[in-house]
Design a protein around this ligand. Structure first.
Ligand code: HPA
Length: 453
């Protein structure tokens, strides 16, 4: 193994990782006994780089070999670094499940696993906790992709083209698989129901799920890859049933970046809804208002958004089977549906002003200076959610409608300090209005959504 280690360590030293600054070297032994080494190679469109394992395998293939008998990866940092999903697949392409994979620090062996063990090793905890991939301490029994989740930004290596490493994956095969597994669980519980509309309920709006008829609730814990909602007001359940005569799948609880999860962790939600058969995703949230006319309790139709989260759920390799590499966001919030919603609101006598929603990572509320700046940027509402789901939903082909409940005037506009309790109370008050509005809208849409079969 020493010869493999030397080769991988030399490659590690030569890695081109100016963006992540996370060097990785890998070496594989071909069936001939020859060693092929590779380093991670980033470029300005980081993280679309080459992983070290992929580089090593490419060198082997170029030399005419097709089988590996041993592999070794060298990476720095305090935590164990396992190959990403894409590289696990690549290695498995050329090696039997019993092939040894040595996971090393630059100065020592940390752990040896087999190729067959690598998959469970890298998926078990991160996937089960819905946190996507994670890096684990060396002595942790659970595995993790070599992600930056909990590892601090900039420490991630760019080689995760497959989606397991935090910060780099758009879910790719990993989350796609999770969505598929979640769909299997849902179908087993409700084989009779094909939901057409998905709903994601924001802070304080969870009660809306109670209006769903013939309901079946499934805890997120039962759904592979689903997040664990950790915030008051977010129950963490998928409720299936009928609302206004339309089969719906209602996600009661969402995941926020401030909970410490990467943006790509949200992908499993819209993708599961899409895979279940939904065509439309209705997003609701609680928001602070930047316009004095949007008093607490107002319901606002989201016309567009500004993403100041500093993250995009689609970062990382793209699976074209899920959606395009560069999705168009000229009309995230479907114009025809917005017009329909406006006309339903008018019919029901519900005031429904429109506005631009700006997303910040939170969890602290904004400063008055930030709110003044956001106003200049064109925002009418501010909140800590919705935008990753909307982007992910558009990517996988869902139409999107967004409604905000104004729970407070934003910082500096209100006479009192902001609090999450106020958010929950105000949202609960306006939830009845949102429910009426959505009931009226879905009644109208029921006709359009009728199964053509
Ligand atoms: N800022 C950010 N998020 C929020 C607010 C706010 O004022 N109100 C409800 N969610």
């Amino acid at each position: 193994m020493q010869d493999l280690f030397e080769a991988a360590r030399a490659a590690f030293g030569n890695a081109h990782a100016p963006y992540s600054r996370f060097h990785v070297g890998a070496a594989v032994r071909g069936a001939s006994g020859r060693i092929y080494a590779g380093a991670n190679v980033e470029n300005a469109s980081y993280p679309e780089g080459n992983c070290a394992e992929a580089s090593a395998l490419a060198a082997m293939v170029a030399a005419g070999e097709r089988r590996i008998t041993e592999a070794l990866v060298v990476a720095a940092g305090e935590r164990l670094c396992t190959p990403c999903g894409g590289c696990r697949q690549r290695l498995a392409e050329f090696g039997a499940p019993e092939v040894a994979v040595h996971l090393c620090a630059p100065d020592r062996l940390r752990r040896t696993v087999t190729l067959g063990e690598l998959l469970p090793l890298s998926f078990s905890l991160g996937a089960a906790e819905g946190m996507g991939p994670r890096v684990v301490p060396e002595n942790d029994d659970g595995g993790g992709g070599c992600g930056e989740d909990g590892n601090g930004g900039g420490e991630d290596d760019s080689r995760d083209a497959g989606g397991e490493r935090g910060g780099a994956g758009n879910g790719g095969p990993g989350v796609g698989q999770e969505a598929r597994s979640a769909v299997e669980v849902v179908r087993a519980r409700r084989p009779d129901l094909r939901p057409r509309v998905g709903l994601i309920l924001g802070s304080g709006l969870g009660g809306l799920a109670a209006a769903i008829e013939d309901a079946t609730a499934i805890d997120y814990a039962e759904l592979p890859g689903f997040p664990r909602a950790s915030v008051a007001g977010h129950a963490g359940r998928l409720v299936l049933g009928a609302f206004a005569g339309v089969p719906v799948a209602c996600l009661q609880g969402r995941v926020h970046l401030y909970e410490g999860v990467p943006a790509h962790a949200v992908n499993v939600l819209p993708r599961t809804l899409r895979a279940l058969g939904c065509e439309l995703l209705i997003l609701t949230n609680a928001a602070g208002a930047l316009r004095p006319d949007l008093v607490p309790g107002s319901v606002v139709l989201i016309e567009d958004h500004i993403n100041l989260l500093g993250q995009n759920p689609l970062t990382g390799a793209n699976d074209p089977a899920l959606g395009p590499r560069f999705p168009d966001l000229s009309e995230v919030y479907d114009a025809a549906l917005r017009a329909r919603c406006q006309s339903v609101a008018a019919r029901l006598g519900i005031a429904l002003p429109g506005g631009v929603y700006l997303a910040t990572p939170g969890p602290s509320f904004e400063t008055p200076a930030e709110i003044r700046a956001f106003r200049v940027l064109g925002a009418d509402l501010v909140g800590m959610s919705t935008v990753p789901e909307a982007i992910s939903a558009r990517h996988c082909g869902l139409k999107v409608l967004g409604l905000s409940i104004v729970t407070n005037l934003a910082a500096g506009l209100a006479a009192h300090p902001l609090s999450h309790e106020e958010t929950l109370t105000q949202a609960a008050g306006a939830a009845v209005t949102v429910e009426r509005l959505l009931h009226g809208l879905l009644e109208e849409l029921a006709h359009d959504l009728q199964d053509p079969a």
